[in-house]
Design a protein. Structure first.
Length: 283
């Protein structure tokens, strides 16, 4: 199977990269992004990693040219800095990063809750992009939403799009205020899906299934339905309707799930709570 056009575009952008990509923080999300970049064809010797405790997998990449905790003078031109540290460590981490940034550097932050204003205040004038990926990035099936400050050029946006595309789909918004709702829907969203599988398994056991079988059925059903939704051109409502026969078992369950106190109002309340909390964390 040939790569999708979007992947081909991202691969071309990374293959032709001039300068270094500096990854700050190589935890789960940072490592997933690094793996994605290398898989798309970005040469390891064009990447440097700042990570106080690199994993054996990261250390092994040094043999391919990856630079681990290099001195600033050894990096040359830094085309992009990707901040993948925990947001609570940002106030301590940001001052030391200023020396890596020039007017031609694009700084990408995947730190939850840290605003463009916060990032700009800690850095020299440059392109700054705030992005929110989610955990399916670990298998290349994430979705990331990004917003850029006015200093970001079309070329820098294209580079950042390519870097973020390495772990899944990328969407852009122009209003940073939307990022709180983005965090609530897609950033936190995988937990809601996992909770659905968990609840289905418990309900199946309550209905008389052996717990192990109930867990297997719930896991496979949620995973398979997600893959069907991913591959199908039909929207979620149509796929739901296609499963539902009038007066059948699915309809009986949906009468509960779609009732006055059902899933939709509950999810609306949950998303609102997560959005509110995201705004509080941003300050």
């Amino acid at each position: 199977m040939s790569p999708a056009p979007a992947s081909q575009t991202a691969a071309a952008a990374l293959a032709n990269l001039s300068g270094t990509v500096l990854l700050v923080g190589a935890g789960k999300m940072g490592s997933a992004m690094l793996e994605g970049w290398l898989a798309l064809g970005l040469a390891a010797d064009k990447v440097a990693v700042l990570e106080p405790q690199p994993t054996p997998e990261i250390t092994a990449l040094a043999a391919r040219g990856l630079r681990i905790n290099p001195l600033r003078a050894a990096l040359g031109d830094v085309a992009a800095v990707v901040l993948a540290v925990k947001p609570q460590t940002a106030p301590e981490a940001m001052p030391s990063l200023a020396s890596y940034v020039s007017a031609s550097t694009a700084v990408v932050s995947i730190m939850a809750g840290r605003t463009l204003r916060f990032l700009e205040a800690a850095l020299p004038p440059c392109a700054v992009i705030r992005a929110m990926p989610n955990t399916p990035a670990a298998i290349g099936r994430g979705i990331t939403v990004a917003v850029a400050n006015p200093r970001t050029s079309a070329e820098q946006r294209a580079l950042v799009h390519a870097l973020l595309s390495a772990v899944g789909t990328v969407e852009w918004v122009t209003d940073e205020a939307l990022m709180d709702a983005v965090t609530a829907v897609s950033g936190s969203g995988p937990a809601y899906v996992f909770l659905l599988a968990e609840a289905m398994a418990k309900a199946g056991a309550a209905a008389g299934l052996p717990p192990a079988l109930a867990a297997t059925l719930a896991r496979a059903t949620v995973a398979g339905s997600g893959e069907l939704l991913h591959r199908s051109p039909l929207d979620a409502a149509t796929l739901r309707q296609n499963v539902t026969s009038p007066g059948g078992t699915t309809a009986a369950a949906l009468d509960v799930l779609m009732g006055k106190d059902g899933l939709e109002p509950l999810m609306t309340e949950a998303i609102a709570a997560a959005t509110k909390r995201s705004r509080e964390l941003a300050g």
